[in-house]
Design a binder for this molecule. Structure first.
Ligand code: 13P
Length: 247
């Protein structure tokens, strides 16, 4: 059994006042029927963790592969853990694009996360051009293989499939396209990790909103969502949590 996971990625959004959305979310969903994770900017991890007290898990959005050192502006996994995080997103397409992160670097970050006791949420996704060229499964297979460290388990790793062209655009793949990629990821994970590959959650991300959440959550091998824009508002994210709880 894989426990469903509703994860929110606030990206570069949120200041202290934004924590009122989290209070509102907890008040409206005191006993969610799924696991809930919010990944705010690093500046809010400590305050959010103090507020949620483990009822909602808190994660970082990136970590450095090294545990410490001369890396101005970067954050080590152990620092996120110390601040109250239990998870960290690695390899988001915005980091792969904005910071030229390769899958080898993402794998190193995922290993650093594990060493610090954090769950790594490893992101994968094809571009518009790659999908049009019929390369989606090749690209996803390569990213999955190279970004996921040996020894990944259902406890220390979550995979998020986020087609780049669906992020922040309001465009989503068809349910058949989501199922095709999620089924492929599941079979690759089981081929490499055996039974443990059957325990890793595979999230869908990219323009998930209250209006499309239920149908996405009913799709094969979708174990939850990684939500960007709609995770910023308690009402929207709450509706997505309800849809996942009912799935
Ligand atoms: P949107 O939900 O805003 O499309 O963002 C998805 C995403 O990138 C989550 O990591």
């Amino acid at each position: 059994m894989r426990r469903k996971l509703a994860a929110g990625n606030w990206k570069m959004n949120g200041i202290t006042a934004s924590l009122s959305e989290v209070s509102g979310l907890m008040a409206a969903h005191p006993e969610p029927g799924c696991e809930v994770l919010l990944c705010p900017p690093a500046t809010l991890v400590t305050a959010m963790a103090a507020l949620t007290k483990g009822k909602i898990a808190v994660g970082g959005q990136d970590c450095h592969a090294e545990p410490s050192g001369a890396h101005t502006g970067d954050i080590a996994a152990v620092m996120l853990k110390d601040a109250g995080a239990s998870h960290v997103i690695v390899g988001h397409s915005e980091r792969r694009a904005d910071h030229a992160e390769t899958s080898d670097m993402v794998r190193a970050k995922a290993m650093a996360a594990r060493a610090a006791g954090l769950v790594a949420v490893i992101c994968l996704g094809e571009s518009d051009a790659q999908r049009d060229a019929g390369e989606t499964l090749d690209v996803i297979g390569q990213q999955l293989f190279a970004s996921t460290p040996d020894g990944a388990t259902g406890t220390n790793t979550v995979i998020a499939y986020e087609p780049i062209w669906a992020i922040g655009t309001g465009r989503t793949p068809t349910l058949a396209q989501i199922a095709e990629v999620h089924d492929f990821i599941r079979s690759e994970l089981m081929g490499r990790f055996g039974a443990e590959g059957g325990l890793m959650r595979v999230l869908y991300g990219g323009s998930v909103k209250p209006s499309n959440a239920a149908e996405i959550f009913a799709t094969s091998n979708v174990d939850g969502a990684l939500v960007g824009g709609a995770s910023l508002k308690a009402t929207d994210f709450g509706a997505i949590i309800s849809a996942l709880s009912a799935a």
